[in-house]
Design a protein around this ligand. Sequence first.
Ligand code: FES
Length: 106
Amino acid sequence: MNEDIEPILIGDVDDLEIGSVENFEHEEINYAIFRIESGFFATQGNCNCGERSLLSEADVDGEELECPSCGNTFSIVSGDSISDLDQAPLKIFDVTEEDNQIFLNI
Ligand code: FES
């Protein structure tokens, strides 16, 4: 077990509908929290390119997100860029569920 991992309460499972995303700020860092059919996922909160868009404003389509500024698409599950392979992948973080609550593990 990695003792550096610190679970942070995000909220209740029911706070987020399937197919949606919300921003979660922790220690002045943004995270984008996604709920899709296969569960909860988290990526870095701001996109990589110069626009640094909030990914909580992304469109969610299945397991893909579409950046609200540049329109690039990324996998919500792996963080990999889909539409433009020159784009760096998004950082992803583990999200766990316990007692109807969701936790970010960073
Ligand atoms: S802000 Fe440019 S790819 Fe997202």
